[in-house]
Design a protein around this ligand. Structure first.
Ligand code: HEM
Length: 360
């Protein structure tokens, strides 16, 4: 049985949980794992979408004034949902709303983070102990903290032209860069903006590389969401692709970018992306921010290190993702004691669903 060890009960909820329920996140974890599988969505799972959501609710944090971040559940409010960087989450809000109906004692703020943890684990990644106790601010509380927008949107102009505190995938080349200059000079605007956002969050260059590689080994880009398209790694886009040995996302990244095999292309939505075709039905892709980790001479050694040290990558990624999702929540959270017992095997459930769909 799942236990929360804390002398203080969590304060996040307006609907008090029965004591037994409050100690048991396993039921919620299991429900999220079940609802995550949908053979009709992308590569069969909402997992990548949930991981991106946990990052987007957390990535607004500003360590200098402790605003933003996952505490407060401000992603419930229309202005934060309308942040152009938050396009594409409608399905996640829909399915997680159903989970909330079953477990109304858990705040949305906690649920959005927990869904990311469950997705990570169910996709073959590490299990992360959940800390609960984030609050869903009432509109009055949110207004007091953020003004009429009720959320931390709008003041990120220095790192994202649309004002979002979340990073832009591309700030374009420096128009004043001399012809033939090195990429870290030419692509300085994007590199500086990544460092600007991640240092505002309180991350080192190494943690930044770890987090971006963690996230972009999963899932895909969608023309109708971001204007980019294709997955980063085509073999199994909804599962852990930083295998302990052999190729996998980090090495495809390192080999192809180092050998200049990625081809720049502009999508039909006018977005600049980088592609590598190795004969599958669609190419692998990289965003300019992914390329920037190689272009920047300070980020690059960490890319190489993590490609060569996959086991360390896995544990560093779990630590960095937990840190990201707990920014601004320090001292608030009651930590879950995690069981080693695996959840039911969602992977085989998914494979069975695909087999059955084929039979039908
Ligand atoms: C500089 C930082 C980052 C930028 C600019 C960025 C940008 C993007 C963009 C443009 C997409 C495509 C969205 C779509 O078209 O559906 C995407 C997808 C994704 N991102 Fe990031 N991202 C960043 C960092 C991260 C981090 C730190 C994580 C998690 C640790 C993450 C996790 C994901 C995931 C899982 C997807 C795939 C979603 C899906 O398949 O629906 N990203 N990101």
């Amino acid at each position: 049985m799942q236990k929360i060890h804390s002398s203080k009960p969590p304060e996040h909820t307006r609907t008090p949980a029965p004591a037994q329920q409050r100690l048991n996140l396993q039921d919620v974890r299991r429900d999220i794992a079940r609802i995550m599988i949908d053979p009709n969505h992308d590569d069969g799972s909402y997992g990548p979408l949930f991981i991106r959501l946990a990052w987007h609710v957390s990535g607004t944090y500003n360590q200098s004034d402790s605003t933003g971040g996952s505490n407060g559940g401000t992603m419930r409010f229309p202005v934060e949902r309308a942040d152009p960087e938050n396009a594409g989450f409608a399905k996640a809000f829909d399915v997680l709303g159903k989970i909330h109906q079953r477990h109304p004692w858990l705040s949305y703020a906690d649920l959005y983070v927990l869904a990311g943890y469950v997705a990570l684990e169910e996709s073959g990644g590490p299990r992360i102990a959940m800390g609960i106790g984030r609050r869903d601010y009432t509109p009055e509380e949110a207004q007091q903290k953020y003004g009429p927008s009720l959320c931390p949107f709008g003041d990120g102009i220095r790192t994202n032209p649309n004002g979002s505190r979340l990073p832009s995938a591309d700030l374009g080349s420096d128009a004043k860069a001399p012809p033939g200059c090195p990429m870290h000079v030419k692509e300085k605007p994007t590199i500086d903006a990544i460092r600007g956002v991640f240092s505002r969050l309180g991350f080192t260059d190494k943690e930044t590389v770890c987090l971006i590689i963690l996230g972009h080994q999963f899932g895909r880009c969608h023309l109708d969401v971001s204007g980019y398209e294709h997955p980063w790694y085509a073999f199994d886009p909804s599962h852990w692709n930083a295998y302990e040995s052999g190729l996998g996302y980090p090495s495809i990244y390192q080999f192809s970018v180092a050998r200049n095999q990625q081809r720049e292309r502009v999508t039909s939505e006018g977005k600049r992306q980088y592609e590598l075709s190795i004969g599958g039905p669609e190419p692998f892709m990289m965003l300019p921010v992914d390329m920037a980790l190689w272009w920047c001479e300070k980020y690059r050694p960490h890319v190489i290190y993590y490609d060569n040290n996959r086991r360390i990558f896995r544990s560093d990624a779990a630590i960095a993702f937990k840190k990201l999702t707990e920014l601004g929540c320090e001292g608030l959270l009651a930590q879950e004691e995690i069981e080693e017992k695996p959840l039911h095997n969602v992977r085989s459930q998914f494979e069975e669903a695909v087999r059955n769909a084929g039979r039908g």
